[in-house]
Design a protein. Structure first.
Length: 265
């Protein structure tokens, strides 16, 4: 991933060992996470206290390039801040229902400006498709759509993974084809195939675990959280071939379980 500035930090016992396993680029993962989100934390530069950041909870939509679109009132403090200085950031976090620091998150940095009239209808449709309840105030005179032109991106993929992503790579990246189906795939594997996950961990990750749970899945493979004795750790398992639909993912997983059983027989 030469287009990304990567780093690693202490993982609290979750770090994977062994050679790297193929997975989507940080740009793809960031684009996917922002696509799945609906609400982020918008930070603007305060007009009242110059130089200080001002945080706001912010529902957002995305245009086809992945640029955030927000619907904001001229009475709102963040709108007044943007009129004074268009620089802002939007933090979007992965909803895991569990360890917040172990979840993925993305910070988009950019300049926000009001969408001009020729483009207002298209962004209106995009926004209402994500936030139907905004229909009640979308046409109020004091509300307007603002779009952030992304200038840089910082991605954290959970424990042990983080790095900068160039804006052009984020904007050109595709959303992972399993993004919409991933929660159900994860739920199904964890609820109904616990023994198979232990088998896949043993054969494809080289880890003898007492417990295994899928924490993320994408077109190239999946992440496991493993318990070995009194230690918890993470592992990445690559699919034997790319899966670009839920059906393909299911077929690959079935094939991998069969292959693992054959290797241990």
């Amino acid at each position: 991933m030469a287009n990304e500035s990567q780093g690693r930090h202490a993982s609290g016992g979750e770090a994977s060992e062994g050679p790297p396993v193929p997975e989507p680029t940080y740009a793809e993962r960031a684009r996917t996470l922002v696509h799945l989100g609906r609400v982020g934390s918008l930070s603007t530069l305060s007009r009242k206290q110059p130089g200080w950041p001002f945080g706001s909870v912010m529902p957002y939509a995305l245009d086809p390039q992945g640029r955030p679109i927000v619907l904001i009132s001229t009475m709102a403090m963040h709108t007044q801040n943007l009129l004074g200085d268009p620089r802002a950031s939007l933090l979007v976090t992965q909803d895991t229902g569990g360890d917040v620091l172990g979840a993925g998150r993305v910070t988009l940095l950019g300049k926000a400006a009001e969408v001009s009239e020729p483009g207002r209808l298209s962004v209106r449709q995009l926004y209402l498709a994500r936030h139907e309840n905004a229909r009640y105030w979308v046409d109020f005179d004091d509300f307007a759509f603002y779009r952030m032109d992304v200038v840089d991106v910082y991605f954290v993929g959970g424990f042990g993974v983080m790095g900068w992503v160039a804006a052009e790579h984020y904007l050109a990246a595709e959303v992972d084809p399993l993004a919409g189906a991933a929660p159900e795939i994860i739920r199904h594997m964890n609820a109904d195939h616990a023994d198979s996950l232990l088998l896949l961990s043993r054969v494809f990750a080289g880890v003898e675990a007492s417990e295994a749970q899928v924490t993320a899945v994408d077109r190239l493979g999946f992440h496991l959280r493993l318990k070995t004795g009194d230690r918890a750790r993470g592992a990445r398992v690559a699919f034997t071939r790319e899966a670009r639909s839920p059906r393909e993912a299911r077929a690959v997983l079935v094939e991998m379980v069969k292959l693992a059983r054959q290797k241990l027989s």
